[in-house]
Design a protein around this ligand. Structure first.
Ligand code: PMP
Length: 393
């Protein structure tokens, strides 16, 4: 069977060949001058990615996004703190579940139905009622493909005592995040999504306010490996080109990240965000024109990195995914528990291009026709094509 396929899931994504090639350096010491210089450049470029300056710190750990979630919150908690978790889907719920293992009081503010985002006004009401030390929110919840307005939320939370922690696993490097201007204290992501490196790096950005909080908590409840006090010293040491050791950094993946960031800045951040916006809008218009519904209740909250689409009533998810896979396009199933068999998800982030969107759309049409859904082949595709073409793709 051919190995060629179009992987259109929301991470891991299709990686740039030069990123994959860069991983194969087999002789790099984590203490070498070559690696130190490269890691220092990575740390600087990560700051540029979120539009922050040197008052902010960036931490790169070996681990997946879930480790980044745990590290980004547990470093900042004290016993009996009130923490507020906003849940727009599965990953907000995960954050609450994770924090409930620690000695804090977790309040969960959750959407009424999948495809909505929690209203920022409601969050502010909660902040007025109780003294929260931390608010955690998912920027793009990958389970329902909705995007929270974290810019607005940042402006609300800054007037309260709480640190604002943003799970950017499905958004960083695909959606714009101006961490400093938007008053966000902690951003976290994993490498396998829009930042374009195989799974295995947990990336975290900290604001000066988060660093002050760390002094207060002294990372008392952070798991040993995730203690930011230790890691900040390590990251500082690389930035000063005098590396110290705490636990071996994921050398090869960091080389891959260096290459991927180089490509990201060659494209330019504004171009990159626009590409994600236009491709995702083209895709949404295409699926809607086939009479399919999206989970996202409206376009303002529809993510640019992933789209979740309800299947027609009489079409079975596994049959649909099998038809897609037999045509070499891999899409993801649903994830939100109560409706997970009723929808599919398409990831379109990182190096995704207009051809990928057109091919996916065309393959959705042929798969649906094969399964007996009455559409005219090419109807969705022509909508996609027109939109892409009108926007210069
Ligand atoms: N948060 C979000 C928004 C995610 O999409 C994911 C992964 N899909 C995670 C957290 C967890 O990341 P990982 O699977 O890399 O542990």
């Amino acid at each position: 069977m051919s190995e060629r396929r179009l992987l259109m899931i929301p991470g891991p994504i299709i990686f740039e060949p030069s990123v994959l090639r860069s991983l194969s350096k087999g002789h790099l010491s984590h203490m070498s001058t070559e690696f130190t210089k490269l890691f220092a450049e990575v740390l600087g470029n990560l700051k540029r990615l979120l539009f922050v300056d040197d008052e902010f710190k960036t931490i790169v750990l070996a681990g997946s996004g879930t480790l980044a979630m745990e590290a980004s919150t547990t470093n900042f908690i004290r016993k009996d703190d009130n923490v507020l978790v906003i849940s727009n889907g599965v990953f907000g719920d995960r954050m609450a579940e994770l924090l409930s293992r620690y000695p804090v009081k977790v309040d969960l503010l959750k959407v009424n139905s999948p495809g909505e985002v929690v209203d920022n006004g409601l969050i502010e009401e909660r902040l007025k009622e109780k003294n929260y030390s931390l608010v955690a929110v998912t920027h793009v919840d990958t389970s329902t493909a909705v995007r929270h307005n974290i810019e607005e939320l940042g402006h609300i939370v800054k007037d309260y005592n709480a640190l604002l922690v943003v799970d950017g696993v499905c958004s960083v490097a695909g959606e714009e995040i101006r961490m400093k201007d938007w008053n966000i204290d902690v951003v976290l992501t994993g490498s396998q999504k829009a930042i374009g490196v195989p799974v295995g790096l947990a990336l975290i950005w900290l604001s000066p306010r988060a660093l002050d909080r760390l002094k207060e908590t002294n990372a008392r409840y952070a798991p040993y490996y995730m203690d930011f006090n230790k890691w900040i010293d390590v990251m500082d040491s690389y930035e000063q080109l005098k590396p110290i050791y705490f636990a071996t950094p994921a050398v090869n993946l960091i080389v891959g990240l260096h290459e991927s960031l180089k490509l990201i800045f060659e494209e330019g951040l504004e171009n990159r965000f626009r590409r994600h916006r236009v491709l995702s809008e083209a895709f949404r218009k295409g699926v809607r024109s086939l009479g399919l519904n999206l989970l996202a209740k409206n376009d303002d909250i529809a993510a640019s990195t992933v789209t979740a689409v309800y299947l027609p009533e009489n079409i079975d998810l596994s049959d649909f995914r099998r038809e897609m896979a037999s045509r070499n396009v891999i899409v993801a199933g649903g994830l939100y528990p109560s409706i997970k068999t009723r929808y599919f998800r398409v990831g379109h982030m990182g190096p995704v291009n207009a051809n990928d969107i057109a091919s996916t759309m065309a393959t959705i049409e042929r798969s649906l026709v094969k399964l007996g859904y009455p559409i005219n082949l090419g109807d969705g595709l022509s909508v996609v094509q027109r939109f892409l073409s009108e926007h210069g793709f």
